[in-house]
Design a protein around this ligand. Structure first.
Ligand SMILES: [Zn+2]
Length: 344
């Protein structure tokens, strides 16, 4: 029944709203719907099953031979076992005589291996077994630590032209085909991560970042400023936003309460009243506003200073860390002094 519930969870989007038949070789499961006494878990299941339009049909196991062959684990199938043994002997043959001798030697001397061998003899483990002086874990040859072959085998399955510097998954898969040692995965990961050839040659899938374009460094205060708006604040005295202007040179900050939406013309007026009046027109303004806004902003500002000259004030359509940092600071600051309902 757990299997049925699991499958329904996985394929819910395919099955919902359709009528379907669940075939099972479990007799008890086929009576689930008509069961009168339910445990808490079964009650939960039945609640979940209620949304499906399904019937459970019992099919005895003996009629189901083909399905079994397809779904049972291959390690358990007798037919596959023989094939595994064939591959095992093949992988053994591929190893050089020298390596085989090394492994055999270390099997005899390694204390850990001797411990395992002791367990095998006492019948305490079924995962390991001895054959022809080699220790096997399942169908994989055990490589003892003391043999010193690990790095050699790692190299074989990663560095050799036969392997071709694959990633960690493939390297591990190649090793796992016939070999076993503890923490093999960690060793493979370390090997791949530290492989100098992989570092140099593998293409980077991430997009390369563009070069940083730093703003010109101002020579005096109020030569270059940045301007930003904090919006979506609760309304207080008719204002619901703050214009933040930061001087690049001195980091002096001016906060101006504004009404959102704040038109370019109005912004220019406020800028004139709060900045230009005290420190003159800056040479450049950094802001993340769109060009139309800034165009109107400049025109209005020049109208206010009553000049016909087109001043060469530049405008950087970037947002800069400076104002964003100040914004965060100001928001933090305000948060300390507002009531919970943000009405003051
Ligand atoms: Zn590599």
């Amino acid at each position: 029944m757990t299997a049925i519930i699991h499958c329904l969870h996985v394929w819910r989007h395919y099955l919902i709203g359709k009528s379907f038949v669940v075939k099972t070789d479990n007799v008890a499961a086929s009576y689930f719907a008509s069961q009168s006494k339910l445990s808490t878990k079964q009650a939960r299941w039945q609640d979940f099953l209620a949304e499906f339009d399904m019937t459970i049909e019992y099919r005895p196991g003996r009629h189901n031979a083909v399905v079994d062959a397809l779904s049972r684990k291959r390690q358990l199938a007798a037919l596959e076992e023989e094939e595994d043994q064939a591959t095992r002997s093949r992988s053994q043959v591929q190893m050089s005589e020298e390596m085989q001798n090394k492994i055999k030697e270390s099997v005899e001397t390694d204390t850990l291996v001797q411990n395992i061998v002791k367990h095998i003899k006492e019948g305490k483990t079924r995962k390991f077994f001895l054959r022809d002086g080699f220790l096997f874990f399942g169908n994989r040859l055990y490589v003892p630590k003391s043999s010193g072959l690990k790095s050699h085998l790692l190299k074989e399955c990663h560095d050799s032209p036969w392997a071709g510097h694959p990633g960690r998954h493939r390297s591990l898969a190649l090793l796992e085909r016939g070999l076993f040692w503890e923490k093999m995965q960690e060793d493979v990961e370390e090997c791949v991560h530290t492989c100098i050839i992989c570092q140099q040659d593998k293409s980077d899938t991430q997009r390369q970042g563009a070069l940083l374009q730093p703003l010109p460094i101002p020579e005096r205060p109020w030569m270059s400023v940045s301007m930003d708006f904090i919006t979506q604040l609760p309304q207080v005295h008719g204002y619901n936003g703050i214009m933040v202007v930061v001087d690049h040179f001195s980091k002096y900050v001016v906060f101006v309460p504004i009404k959102i939406p704040c038109e370019a013309e109005r912004t220019a007026e406020l800028f004139f009243k709060n900045i230009v009046k005290y420190w003159g027109i800056p040479l450049s303004i950094v802001s993340d506003r769109d060009p139309r806004f800034t165009g109107r902003f400049w025109t209005t500002l020049f109208k206010l200073v009553r000049t016909e000259l087109l001043m060469s004030s530049s405008y950087h359509p970037q947002t800069d860390g400076q104002t964003e940092r100040i914004n965060a600071l100001l928001e933090d600051y305000l948060r300390h002094y507002v009531t919970v309902d943000q009405k003051n």
